[in-house]
Design a protein around this ligand. Structure first.
Ligand SMILES: [Zn+2]
Length: 167
């Protein structure tokens, strides 16, 4: 396994719509494992392939560090009208967070790392996290739900943070 570099805003690669995976082969399994290692190393609870510069529809999620979801071609097939608000953060927008309102419950399908179709219904943090990660596959970030002024503020903060890190 290898730790991958997480891209941060305003990297243009975060804005590209990712392509579906045609076959879940050893290469895909290897990418998923590298994504899990990277997510854990960065103390994240979810990571989407575009965040590490790979334009494929792959996401990994682990809310408790133990149960790990590796999802290929995830798709939301139902969203509740009821919404909930969650304080979201993102490894691609480091050290920032914001209250984001999304559908509270979802039903979704995906292929697991063996290429077997799975489905999940969730109405808690997992539902929020899945929606956040699938947004990444469509080139969308949680800061897009904020006003353009606030979004630009966040991007500028991350730019300053990165300049500081790079010395
Ligand atoms: Zn994110």
């Amino acid at each position: 396994m290898a730790r991958l570099t997480v891209l941060t805003v305003p990297d243009a690669r975060l804005r590209v719509k990712a392509k579906p995976v045609s076959v879940v082969d050893d290469m895909i399994k290897s990418i998923l494992n590298d994504m899990v290692e990277t997510m854990h190393a960065e103390d994240g609870i979810g990571l989407a392939a575009p965040q590490v510069g790979i334009s494929l529809r792959l996401i990994v999620i682990s809310l408790d560090g133990e149960t790990i979801y590796k999802m290929v071609n995830p798709e939301i097939i139902w969203r509740s009208n009821e919404e909930s608000t969650c304080n979201e953060g993102c490894l691609s927008v480091p050290e920032q967070n914001a209250e984001i309102k999304r559908p509270k419950a979802i039903k979704m399908t995906y292929l697991d790392e063996n290429g077997v179709k799975q489905s999940i219904e969730s109405d808690d943090l997992l539902a929020t996290c899945i929606q956040h990660e699938i947004d990444h596959l469509n080139g969308k970030l949680y800061i897009d739900y904020l006003s353009s002024l606030k979004r630009q503020l966040y991007i500028n903060k991350v730019k300053r943070l990165k300049r500081y890190e790079e010395g």
